[in-house]
Design a protein around this ligand. Structure first.
Ligand SMILES: [Zn+2]
Length: 277
């Protein structure tokens, strides 16, 4: 008999919100679309005794790296996990979509987790951070402490560097290289009880990047990216392929609609835990 596909329970964990952020900072061409309050999130996936995170959110305190971005509304990702009965020590695995501080910022809080990141993502940031200061635009969203945490975890043999697309990194969790927003961005495909889900990373901030302006089907690249438009468009197409064109399977981490259509299972200080699979 064929083995049953692994079925994960999956939750979006919202933990921060920006204020009056211009759309055009994020997505190309949105000069006339005004501002919005952008949600920040990561994903918790559970199956048996495995507790998996896709990204980790960031920690905010006086003098922390995140403060320079003026994100006014935040709750600790560790507290959000606590709402689900999960301690930082209990997290077994972390998939990092990329190394920006809002996705990797609390990676040092999980002492026992194995970390999965694209080799080209981690190594490109080691390279970029070593460049002369005139290159600093590249690393403006990179918290050097997160790279230190990744090195510490590497020394402890807790980091797996993935080289491109890989199925079943854990049963039912598949990664795809999605270069563009960053050099080694990856998006994650999760086989959940409710079917397949594609976790966007920052390959897209909006469904409109896939459906096109006014639904014309022309992919829209980011403004907030260090990789090329060419790579970004190819990544959006790769993601669309994995979705089979069904956007209901797409989970956008910065979803301005806050995962509409999925049940809210917890709420803490206005931040939601949403069951997406
Ligand atoms: Zn990012």
């Amino acid at each position: 008999m064929a083995e049953q596909p692994a079925a994960w329970d999956a939750y979006v964990m919202e933990y921060a919100r920006s204020k009056d952020q211009p759309w055009v900072d994020l997505i190309s061409g949105m000069y006339k679309d005004g501002v919005m309050d952008l949600p920040f999130s990561f994903v918790l996936a559970r199956r048996g005794d495995r507790i998996v995170l896709i990204d980790t959110g960031f920690i905010q305190h006086e003098g922390s790296f995140s403060q320079k971005f003026g994100i006014p509304t935040w709750v600790s990702p560790i507290r959000m996990l606590g709402e689900m009965g999960v301690t930082a020590e209990a997290v077994t695995d972390i998939f990092l979509t990329h190394a920006h501080f809002d996705h990797m910022g609390s990676v040092g809080e999980f002492p026992n987790a194995r970390i999965y990141i694209q080799k080209s993502e981690l190594l490109s940031w080691y390279e970029a951070i070593a460049l002369p200061k005139r290159y600093a635009h590249l690393t403006a969203i990179i918290d050097p402490d997160n790279l230190r945490s990744a090195l510490d975890a590497s020394i402890q043999h807790r980091v797996t560097l993935i080289d491109g697309d890989k199925d079943n990194v854990l049963p039912g969790i598949h990664v795809r290289l999605g270069s563009g927003h960053t050099i080694g961005q990856q998006f994650v495909i999760l086989d959940t009880r409710a079917g397949r889900r594609v976790i966007s990373g920052d390959c897209v901030y909006s469904r409109m990047q896939i459906t096109g302006r006014d639904g014309d089907g022309v992919y829209i690249p980011l403004n907030n990216a260090v990789g090329s438009v060419w790579e970004q468009i190819k990544t959006i197409d790769k993601m669309n392929d994995e979705l089979g064109g069904d956007l209901s399977k797409l989970v956008i981490l910065h979803d301005i609609e806050r995962w509409k259509g999925h049940p809210v299972v917890k709420e803490l200080e206005g931040f939601r835990v949403v069951k997406v699979g």
